[in-house]
Ligand binder design. Structure first.
Ligand SMILES: Cc1cc2nc3c(=O)[nH]c(=O)nc-3n(C[C@H](O)[C@H](O)[C@H](O)COP(=O)(O)OP(=O)(O)OC[C@H]3O[C@@H](n4cnc5c(N)ncnc54)[C@H](O)[C@@H]3O)c2cc1C
Length: 229
């Protein structure tokens, strides 16, 4: 009995919270990259002013009851108020589950987008590094890098769909299957020590390891943000 009253209060509080604080948007299209665990979701977010997205944004979505998860919008279009997110769903969690169960036409709930405070260096070669959870973030970095020819990126993702992902998202998306491969790839690139800025995102341990490696290689312009541990 007590439990059911508590449930009702929780439900009511949730509704008030939903109506007052959360924005709504709708799912326009979904693509499941089955072999990579990635789920690409196209969204219409009518209340978002994307014009101010000069730094890489992230959006806190309600994924379950009172649970929220951050995802990185990319490929945004100011006129139609649309963007996409790429959710790494190859693990168990409310965020993964939410993405797996979304269907076209669903309503999504989210807080006002926030900034990661990362924006591309105005003149350096911009290099994004990360894992499956940071593909969206790195594609947003690419979108903000002008001219885009100054941009390069590499992620760790064990997927037989590498070429298709590259063809779909970006010709400079390098996909390596593990940390050692990524380290070798970095050594081969011979980026200029003085004119290269790195942006490292994704799993916390990976971010720390890559920062250490880059420092050892002599680089100093390194921006990092851990996404999960
Ligand atoms: C600013 C910012 C932007 C982000 N953008 C994106 C994005 O665009 N796409 C995206 O997929 N994620 C993104 N993330 C990460 C995402 O918010 C977290 O990974 C989130 O914790 C996943 O939620 P979950 O409910 O699925 O798993 P959780 O409940 O958080 O975790 C459950 C278990 O899964 C593990 N886990 C969590 N995430 C992963 C993962 N990606 N791969 C393997 N294991 C994992 C955890 O260690 C834990 O053991 C972003 C995070 C931040 C801070």
């Amino acid at each position: 009995m007590e439990l059911s009253i508590l449930k009702q209060i929780k439900k009511k509080a949730g509704k008030i919270f939903e109506n007052k604080l959360l924005n709504t948007g709708s799912v326009l299209a979904i693509r499941h990259w089955e072999l990579s665990g990635l789920i690409e979701i196209d969204l219409h977010l009518p209340s978002v002013d994307m014009q101010n997205w000069k730094q890489i944004p992230y959006i806190k979505f309600r994924v379950d009851g009172f649970s929220f998860r951050d995802y990185s919008p990319f490929g945004w279009d100011l006129e139609t108020s649309t963007c996409s997110i790429l959710v790494d769903s190859a693990h168990l969690g409310p965020g993964s589950r939410w993405a797996q169960h979304l269907i076209v036409g669903d309503t999504v709930f989210y807080f006002r987008p926030e900034s990661t405070r990362q924006s591309p260096h105005p003149t350096d070669c911009v290099v994004g590094l990360g894992d499956a959870s940071s593909v969206g973030h790195l594609l947003a970095l690419q979108q903000l890098t002008v001219p885009v020819s100054r941009f390069d990126m590499a992620i760790i993702l064990d997927s037989p769909q590498s070429e298709l992902l590259r063809d779909t998202f970006s010709p400079v998306l390098n996909i390596l299957s593990n940390y050692d491969e990524l380290a070798c790839w970095l050594l081969k690139q011979q980026y200029s020590i003085v004119n290269t800025s790195f942006y490292v995102n994704g799993n916390n341990e990976l971010v720390v390891a890559l920062r250490k490696l880059l420092k050892k290689m002599g680089y100093s312009q390194i921006r990092v943000k851990g996404f999960w541990s």
